[in-house]
Ligand binder design. Structure first.
Ligand code: AMP
Length: 385
């Protein structure tokens, strides 16, 4: 018998997304190699970790020679590094998609070109630009850095026009380096996300829409399938497919959407697996992590249907007591193996059930014991409809 080659998936970034990708890759017979500059990157607990920063080309050269395919757990890998690697080894998604998603202005412009409406926005490079844009967009509005912002970081909420000075004091220094964007504040009815997967051969799937709740700009609760979405599921699928085809995208991505007056507005695109898709590990036939591994390695995609109903609670800063979750039926605990730190995503739990009313009871149970009733109330209200 001839020796078999086990494919090696290289992942840039060693956070919890890389960790969950490695865990999904293992049963497929796919080994993982992770690159991160932090020795305690949590993916290193489940996969070999190479220590290097994004400009350590000697280390990256060795990494490229050791892997079959490269992907990302982190969209802020410099575009030059992604392009450099793509000249040496297959990189999915294409670094072009990464470049678009790194720039809020390019991203929103592309959304509009693909037929996805967005909040009103203007590019801001100077204080005078801000004045002009505020005159058109009005207040409330949000000033954001075009690059390197995530989880509500690099944002300033302008509640009234007189907040312009404070906004400029907070973010103005970043205007000359990377540019800013002013967006109208959308009093949305709900926040949804669509998780989509596109294979190398163009096969395209989306999971059922997910409804999300954020606290201080960070995802805290997801409910899937999002209840009562009607025609929005088909519309989201159409838009996600147009975007994916336009970018020649391979792998999983997420679109964060606002619903306003029953219509979808595009907030941002994550060119990677996404926090709002963590429920798919236990709640869908194929998880976002498994389908991403399948897509980038050229394997057929798996079914993205939901098995039933799921809710995901994010653990931010530090882990709560695991016992109440572990003793709830069909509840699943995920500890990322990270040190506690303010605002840091350190784990999550997914609660599943075959029926919405059973899920509601389980959410209630977990929320009560962990003191998260207030937040869960809105999800419970929707499930009761
Ligand atoms: P982002 O980092 O752009 O995803 O923003 C984080 C969160 O802030 C979003 O999920 C929303 O809850 C809120 N947010 C961002 N932009 C807007 C906007 N233009 N209008 C209303 N809320 C927003």
């Amino acid at each position: 018998m001839t020796a078999r080659h086990q494919p090696v998936l290289g992942i840039l970034g060693g956070g919890q997304l890389a960790r969950m990708l490695a865990l999904a890759a293992a049963p497929l017979g796919v080994n993982t190699l992770v690159v991160d500059s932090a020795a305690d990157a949590c993916a290193g607990q489940v996969a070999p970790l190479r220590l290097a920063d994004w400009t350590d080309y000697a280390a990256l050269e060795k990494f490229a020679a050791e892997v079959d395919v490269v992907t990302f757990d982190f969209e802020n890998v410099p575009a030059e590094t992604a392009h450099w690697l793509a000249e040496r080894v297959a990189v999915f998604p294409d670094p072009r998609a990464l470049a678009v998603a790194q720039d809020r202005l390019a991203e929103k412009t592309l959304f509009r070109e693909c037929g996805l409406q967005t909040p009103a926005f203007e590019a801001i490079d100077t204080r005078a630009d801000l004045e002009r844009a505020l005159a058109t967009i009005g207040a409330p509005a949000i000033l954001k850095t075009r690059r390197l912002g995530y989880d509500g970081k690099g944002q300033f909420r302008i509640k009234q026009l007189s907040d312009a000075d404070a906004a400029w004091a907070a973010l103005g220094t970043q205007a000359s380096a990377h540019g800013l964007i002013l967006e109208a504040f959308v009093p949305f009815e709900r926040e949804l996300s669509v998780l989509a997967a596109r294979a190398r051969d163009g096969d395209f799937r989306i999971w059922p829409l997910t409804q999300n709740w954020h606290t201080d700009g960070v995802l805290s609760l997801s409910l899937a399938p999002a209840p009562a979405v009607g025609g929005l599921q088909a519309r989201a699928e159409e838009l996600a497919r147009i975007l994916a085809e336009r970018l020649g995208y391979v792998g999983v991505f997420a679109l964060e959407l606002f619903v306003k007056d029953g219509q979808l507005l595009g907030n941002e695109m994550a060119p990677r697996v996404h926090n709002s898709g963590h429920w798919t590990i236990e709640g869908a036939i194929t998880s976002q992590f498994e389908n991403h591994v399948r897509a980038v390695l050229g394997l057929p995609l798996g079914d993205t249907s939901a098995r039933g109903f799921s809710a995901m609670f994010n653990w931010i800063g530090e882990l709560p007591d695991a016992a109440p979750v572990l003793s709830t039926v069909d509840a699943h605990w995920h500890d990322y193996g990270k040190q506690p730190r303010l605002g840091r995503k350190v784990g999550h739990a997914t609660v599943c059930a075959a029926k919405p009313e059973v899920l509601a009871a389980r959410i209630g149970e977990v929320a009560r014991t962990l003191g998260r009733e207030e937040q869960a109330a809105s999800a419970l209200h929707l499930l009761a409809k």
